[in-house]
Design a protein around this ligand. Structure first.
Ligand code: ZN
Length: 224
């Protein structure tokens, strides 16, 4: 069966038919573009998953590292506290020992003060002088003291004193009269003995004379 189509309709149909290959080609291009976009979307999804996995791993590591750092800090704090406690204990010990030493030294100073004649008799002169190995003087000095009461009246005192280390040696004799004969006898026996001591001390002592330090304190310093 045939249909009668008007000329204008036929022209229209022909135009449509000629446009069909173009439309098909466009459709093919669009399909290809769609495939490309799909592939790109898949790539991006994969990349996103990788990034997410990395982020999760990073978070896990970071948490572990924070925990490590926290426990390390705690250990350091504990060690520091222990060190501080020990240092405080040591400081306390040193303080206690220093106190004891100071008391000991004061006691020795008092003892030495008590041993020195008060007031010191005026020296009659240095009878002999030795130099130790570093040039400090070791003086042998004679003191004459009048004793107001008792049988004897005069004390003759010889003091050998090292100005370097404070080493002190002495001899004394009580006489009725401070005459030249009495002095000569004293110096011949006790004096000779102290001269030998001075000579021996000079050959071994290396102590340097310290300025502004009293001899008793130097003696303590040398003994400690
Ligand atoms: Zn000395």
């Amino acid at each position: 069966m045939y249909r009668i189509i008007s000329t204008s309709r036929l022209t229209e149909l022909e135009a449509h038919a000629s446009a069909l290959p173009m439309a098909r080609a466009q459709c093919d291009r669009l399909e290809k573009d769609l495939e490309k976009e799909k592939a790109r979307a898949a790539d991006l999804t994969a990349a996103l998953e990788t990034a997410n996995a990395q982020l999760a791993s990073l978070r896990k590591h970071t948490a572990a590292e924070i925990e490590l750092a926290r426990s390390a800090a705690q250990r350091t704090r504990q060690q520091t506290n222990t060190l501080i406690t020990e240092a405080q204990k040591r400081a306390k010990d040193i303080e206690v020992r220093a106190d004891a030493k100071a008391r000991e030294l004061w006691a020795e100073i008092e003892q030495l003060k008590a041993q020195l004649p008060d007031p010191l008799p005026s020296p009659q002169g240095v009878l002999a002088r030795y130099e130790n190995l570093v040039g400090a003087d070791i003086d042998l000095t004679l003191y004459i003291t009048e004793v107001p009461t008792g049988m004897t009246r005069v004390q003759m005192l010889l003091v050998l004193l090292c100005t370097g280390c404070g080493d002190r040696d002495e001899e004394s004799r009580y006489v009725y009269d401070d005459c030249p004969e009495a002095r000569e006898a004293f110096l011949t026996y006790e004096g000779a003995k102290l001269k030998r001591c001075g000579q021996t001390h000079a050959e071994t002592c290396r102590a340097v004379t310290l300025q502004n330090t009293p001899a008793p304190l130097r003696a303590i310093a040398a003994a400690t």
